[in-house]
Design a protein around this ligand. Structure first.
Ligand code: GLC
Ligand code: CA
Length: 561
């Protein structure tokens, strides 16, 4: 049934270069730093590194505003260092995935500089320009980073569209000349030897016909209702064209970031024969605890109900089985830390629950992604002062919700930021106990988490019981098991709000995964006593039906039993 591809057995390690390792003391992580830490990633066992954007950028949104697609951000190094990184990674058997950000560019990109000059400039139509309506923006859409998605430009008296910051004008995908430029820049990197792309908000590139007002402006881009801008009518065409003109000619992998896509959409995009993308990053399971007030968007501090989380992940497992392919992730550079969000980051349970989460995710069908530091059980930043935050989304949200609209007070917003800010994931990698955690000799661009004295790579590498070695084992298990890679998925007891249990089946073999998501002891019998083998678990011994706090265990049943 299954088609076998290298990326189905692979595990991806996400590197956020700015926060990974500084190699020249300026407080900013860089490519030299990634090169230095390649042996660490190799030791963990990951097959692929996904690098967040490293292109030339004014850094309004940490590199997601690109001013030159064919050059390296000088803070990160130069093209020679990049080539060295790719060569060294390949030497150690690690592939490199680039971030492709082509829903928008920076307003400092040459295309945009040209585009804004005049209405008849050859690049005018590379972007989305419209006349205002009665002296106001062309429609009511609200941008991700606050305010309208439209910015008036004096020079030509029109507005341009930016779903994100003003400095991130949206490209016009209707224009075939523009698309041709994107195919060319992709080929530029693929010809250099990179192994694929993670595609930033790629389901936003096809905008709705006529750019109509949204019934609920705050729902235009996200929210609980069907967003207007996602999964537009021409998305499949664009992705097919990209596949035929570029991806199909290389043996590479592709993953599309797709906020608010539904499993039915993903089946189309990732269909094993559809010829579009290999997999998508869906957002269902990281947007569960919705705020009752849509004006607050993602901002809240509600805990997630386990039954909701299970239902969400299971829905994707069922929908894509045999038809498409899942990507599996708990966190990334835009999401809070997994152990703080879904586990328990207190000293008593942090290690246990980090391992439990890793197991729950890595035993599913799909390609697992590990975000830097997750393999150490790194936690949220626990910032208490607004001045500690750097993230454009967090600061814009504070400004809009507290200062302008007065929807929440300072303390509430600080709680929301501590729960949901993207900076939770962006604090520097914790390499050792030293002052700046071994990340830099200089002043780090974002504060190092104070808990690096307790949580760091150096200590974990000395401790065979660490989260690091546990993740290493999870990766090894996948590499050697067709059951883990290809087996189908079956959730057990969906209504159980304390335990996440599921089975996988492949050629008569069965895998049973049991995870206690609570801090107390429980008893559950899924027939584990009959298993032939226990593959992994986060307690040394096994008490059978008894599940200790955050206990996780994986059993294998041989064929024919
Ligand atoms: C994606 C990126 C995020 C960025 C946004 C705009 O969601 O992951 O970091 O801010 O797109 O490019
Ligand atoms: Ca540096």
């Amino acid at each position: 049934m299954e088609k076998q591809n290298w990326w189905q057995r692979a595990v991806v390690y996400q590197v956020y270069p700015r926060s990974f390792q500084d190699s020249n003391g300026d407080g900013i992580g860089d490519l030299g730093g990634v090169i230095k830490r390649l042996p660490y990633i190799k030791k963990l066992g990951a097959d692929v590194i996904w690098l967040n954007p490293i292109y030339k950028s004014p850094d309004k949104d940490n590199g997601y505003d690109i001013s030159d697609y064919r050059d390296i951000q000088p803070k990160f190094g130069d093209m020679q260092t990049f080539d060295t990184l790719v060569a060294k990674a390949h030497e150690s058997g690690i592939k490199i995935l680039m971030d492709l950000v082509v829903n928008h560019t920076s307003d400092q990109h040459e295309w945009f500089k040209e585009s804004r000059k005049s209405k008849d400039n050859p690049y005018r139509d590379f972007y989305i320009w419209r006349d205002g309506k009665k002296g106001k923006a062309p429609n009511n859409w609200g941008s991700y980073f606050g305010g309208s998605t439209w910015k008036y430009d004096e020079q030509t008296g029109q507005y341009y569209l930016h779903l994100f910051a003003e400095g991130q004008p949206d490209l016009n995908w209707e224009n075939p000349r523009m698309r041709e430029q994107v195919w060319e820049l992709m080929r530029f990197w693929l010809d250099k030897g990179v192994d694929g792309f993670r595609m930033d908000v790629i389901n936003f590139i096809s905008k709705p016909e006529g750019l109509p007002d949204a019934p609920n402006p705050e729902h235009a881009l996200y929210g609980n209702a069907e967003p207007l801008v996602a999964d537009g009518a021409k998305l499949n065409d664009y992705l097919k064209e990209m596949h035929d003109k570029v991806l199909a000619r290389y043996n590479v992998m592709s993953v599309g970031e797709m906020p608010s896509s539904k499993p039915e959409d993903a089946v189309q995009y990732t269909g094993l024969d559809a010829g579009e993308l290999n997999m998508v990053f869906q957002f269902d399971h990281v947007t569960l605890a919705a705020n009752p007030d849509p004006r607050l968007g993602k901002w809240n501090d509600q805990p997630v109900k386990l039954t909701d989380l299970k239902a969400s992940l299971s829905r994707w497992q069922y929908a894509l089985d045999g038809k498409g392919w899942n990507s599996l992730y708990w966190n990334n550079h835009d999401q809070p830390r997994a152990v703080s969000r879904f586990g328990n980051d207190t000293p008593e349970y942090r290690v246990r629950s980090a391992k439990m989460l890793g197991t729950t995710l890595h035993m599913m069908q799909g390609t697992p992604y590990i975000y830097q530091g997750e393999e150490l059980g790194m936690t949220n930043s626990h910032f208490t002062d607004l001045s500690q935050y750097e993230d454009i989304e967090s600061l814009a949200a504070y400004h809009q919700l507290v200062d302008q609209e007065r929807l929440v007070d300072h303390d509430t917003m600080m709680r929301y930021l501590a729960t949901k800010s993207r900076d939770n994931a962006r604090t520097p990698m914790q390499w050792d106990r030293s002052q700046n955690a071994g990340f830099t000799d200089g002043e780090p661009w974002l504060s190092v988490n104070a808990n690096h004295e307790k949580i760091n790579a150096q200590d974990e590498l000395k401790d065979t019981d660490s989260v690091f070695y546990y993740y290493q084992k999870l990766i090894q298990l996948r590499h050697h098991s067709d059951l883990i890679v290809y087996g189908d998925y079956q959730e057990l007891d969906p209504d159980d709000n304390e335990v996440f249990a599921y089975q996988r089946h492949y050629k008569g073999e069965k895998l049973l995964v049991i995870s206690n998501f609570t801090d107390h002891e429980l008893s559950r019998d899924y027939g584990q006593a009959a298993a032939q083998k226990k593959l992994i678990g986060n307690y040394d011994d096994d008490l059978g039906v008894t599940l200790r706090p955050y206990e996780t265990k994986v059993y294998q049943f041989d064929a024919g039993r």
